[in-house]
Write a new protein. Sequence first.
Length: 297
Amino acid sequence: MTHLRKMMLEELERRNYSTRTIRYYLRFVERFAKYFGKSPDKLGPDHLRVYQAYLLKERKLCPGTVENHVAALRFFFIRTLHRHEFRQFLPYPKVRRKLPNILSGEEVARLIEASSSLFQRTLLMVLYGTGMRRAEVARLKIADIDSQRMVIHVVDGKDHKDRDLPLSPALLETLRAYWRWLKPRTYLFPSRMHSDCERPISDKTVWQACIKAAKRAGIRKRTSPHLIRHSWATHLLEAGTDLRTIQLLLGHEDLETTARYLHLSQKHLNQVANPIEELKLSSVDQSRRSYHRPRRP
C-alpha cells in the first residue's frame, strides 16, 4: 500500500465511512492517477478538468456516476492533502432528478409468484415487505427478526443508522417456512451454508434475483431492489400512511426526499382539485360552432 493510499484510507476510517464507500473512493482516485500515469498528488486543476470531461464525454458516464467520482477526488485533495483551493476546480455535474418508476400491486404479486425457489421468493418478499435497501437485506441476520414484537431490526444501515420496521404476519409465515427449509444459522440469506464461517450473500445477488424474477414474470419495467423500495413507499402512501412515518421507515435523512412519493401516488394525484374544473366554460360542441374550419393550402 502506497503512502498516499494509506493516508486517504486513514482519513476515511477516521470519519467512519462505510466499507463500500471506502472501496469506491480509493478505486476512483486510483483510476484518476492511472489515466495520467502519475501519482495523484502530482496532478493539478488542468488534469481534473480534462478527466471530468473524459468521464462525461468519452466514457459517457451518467452525471450521477460522475458525481461519485468527483466526491472521491474532492475527499482526496481537500480532506487528505488539505488543498482546499481545489474545491473550485471540482464542481459537481448537474444531475437530472428523474421520478422513479414504480410497480403496481398486481405487478409485485406477479414478480413474487415468478420466483424460482423458496430462497428467491423469501428474498423478494423481504424486499417488498420492508422497503429495505439491497445491502440491508443482504446483511439481515436471524437475530434481527423479532417475532414477539413483530419487528425487523435494521442494524447499521445507511449512514450507520439503526431503525425498526414492521413485520407483517404474511411475511413472518414465509420466513418461518423458509427457516424450516434452509435452517440458516446467522444470516437470513447466507452465501455459504457449509463453511465454518457463514457469510451473507452480496447485494449483487439481491439485484440479480429481481432481474431474473421480473423476466420470468414478463415485467418490462427495469426492475431492481430500489424499484421495489420505491413501490413499497408509494403503496404505503396510497394506503394512508403519513410522510413522516414513511421517512422513518425508509431511513431518509431529509423529508424532502420522501416527499417525491407524492408525485408517484395515483391516489394523491386523483385527489388534486384542478382549478380548470371551476371555470364556467361552454361545452366543446357549443363552442366549436363559432370556429372556422382551417383552409387547406
